[in-house]
Design a protein around this ligand. Structure first.
Ligand SMILES: NC(=O)c1ccc[n+]([C@@H]2O[C@H](COP(=O)([O-])OP(=O)(O)OC[C@H]3O[C@@H](n4cnc5c(N)ncnc54)[C@H](OP(=O)(O)O)[C@@H]3O)[C@@H](O)[C@H]2O)c1
Length: 203
C-alpha cells in the first residue's frame, strides 16, 4: 500500500489531511515544532491521520510539502535522497496576506522546489485553491471540484491523478512543469484561484 506523508500542518497541510481522513486513508502529518504540538489536530482529523516528525513524513511514498515559501529550504534540507518517491508541491511563491509575490526570476516555482528535493519525482498539485475550498467536500453543485496537476514524470502524475480521483475531485492534467504548472501557479497563472467545478453534460 502506498504510504503518505505531509510536511506542513497549517491551512493547506491540514486541508489535505482532512480530505484523506474523509476516505480513511492513512497519512503522517508533521510541522516544525514536532508531533507533540499536533495532538489536537490529529484528534480532530480522525484515526487515519497520525502526527510524526518531518523525517517520518518525508520517508513516505508520497510526500506532500505544504510550508510557506520562505521556509521551504529549511523544511526540505537534510533529508535523505527521495530515491524516486513522489513529492507533491503545493507551494506558491507568495508571502503571507496580502500575498505579495516573491521574486523567483521568472521560473516555474515547482522547478525551484524540485531542486530542493533531490531524487524526487515532483508533481505540482493541491496549490491553486484557497485552503477552505481545498478542505471542503469535493462534490459541489452536482459536479466535482477541479484540481489541476502537472509533472515531468508520467508515472508520478498517474499516481497523483488516481489519488485525486479517489478523494472525489476531478483532476485535470495540464502537462509538464515548465509550461503546464505555470497555468495554475499563483501569482499570475490564468487557472489559479478559480473555484472550478466539472459538470457532466446534461447535468
Ligand atoms: N493558505 C492557502 O489558502 C493556500 C492556498 C494555496 C497554496 N498555499 C501554499 O501552501 C503552502 C502552505 O501554506 P499554508 O497557508 O498552509 O501555511 P501555514 O498555515 O502558515 O502553515 C505552514 C506549516 O508549515 C510548517 N512548517 C514551517 N516550516 C517547517 C519545517 N521546517 N518543517 C516542517 N514544517 C514546517 C508549519 O509548522 P509550525 O507551525 O510548527 O512552524 C505549519 O504547520 C504555502 O507555500 C502557500 O503558498 C496556501
Amino acid at each position: 500500500m502506498t504510504s503518505i506523508g505531509i510536511i506542513g500542518a497549517g491551512q493547506i497541510g491540514a486541508a489535505i489531511a482532512r480530505q484523506l481522513a474523509r476516505h480513511g486513508i492513512e497519512a503522517t502529518i508533521s510541522n516544525s515544532r514536532g508531533p507533540h504540538s499536533l495532538g489536537e489536530l490529529v484528534t480532530q482529523l480522525g484515526p487515519s491521520i497520525t502526527a510524526g516528525t518531518r523525517e517520518d513524513a518525508a520517508a513516505k511514498d508520497i510526500v506532500f510539502v505544504a510550508v510557506p515559501w520562505t521556509r521551504l529550504t529549511e523544511a526540505l534540507s537534510g533529508l535523505p535522497d527521495f530515491g524516486g518517491r513522489i513529492v507533491v508541491d503545493t507551494n506558491n511563491p507568495l508571502q503571507k496576506q496580502p500575498l505579495p509575490p516573491i521574486d523567483i526570476c521568472g521560473r516555474a516555482s515547482t522547478a525551484v522546489v524540485a531542486e530542493m528535493a533531490p531524487g524526487a519525482r515532483v508533481v505540482k498539485a493541491f496549490n491553486h485553491h484557497a485552503f477552505w475550498n481545498l478542505a471542503a467536500e469535493p462534490a459541489k453543485e452536482g459536479g466535482q471540484r477541479i484540481l489541476f496537476y502537472a509533472s515531468d514524470d508520467a508515472w508520478a502524475k498517474a499516481q497523483i491523478a488516481a489519488l485525486i480521483e479517489r478523494l472525489g475531485f476531478f483532476g485535470v492534467d495540464t502537462g509538464n512543469i515548465e509550461t503546464g504548472s505555470r497555468l495554475f501557479q499563483p501569482p499570475g497563472g490564468p487557472l489559479a484561484g478559480h473555484n472550478l467545478v466539472k459538470m457532466e453534460l446534461g447535468a
